[in-house]
Ligand binder design. Sequence first.
Ligand SMILES: [Cu+2]
Length: 131
Amino acid sequence: MKKPLALLAAMAGFAGVTFPIPSLLAAASDYRFEIVETTANVGDTTVTLRLVDADGDAVEAAVVYALRLDMAPDGMAAMTAPLRPVDELGNGRYRFRADLMMEGNWRLQIVAKIQGETETVTAELPLKVMP
Ligand SMILES: [Cu+2]
């Protein structure tokens, strides 16, 4: 009984020293994005995202940018649109502007660089665009 436990402890210690990355990834995954406001209509549209930490507290002064905005959910992954950051509204809210050429289901892939975190945070959000 003692031996396997000691071995496990040794392995865990070894893994902790050799692979510090998993714990960093776990920290990055504690953050999450939510869409708090959108005018998502065909044409010129604004999208406001909110970035919160594991406690649900607002994360401010992050560098947030769109990796990709496309219609993959409707089988049109090749249809993309640029999503430009406009301003930071405070309370963890980041506003973007996009020119969307088609109604339907879009997919927004977002990346954030958060102060004090070595890993970037990525998220994927569905965006319903109305006529
Ligand atoms: Cu489309």
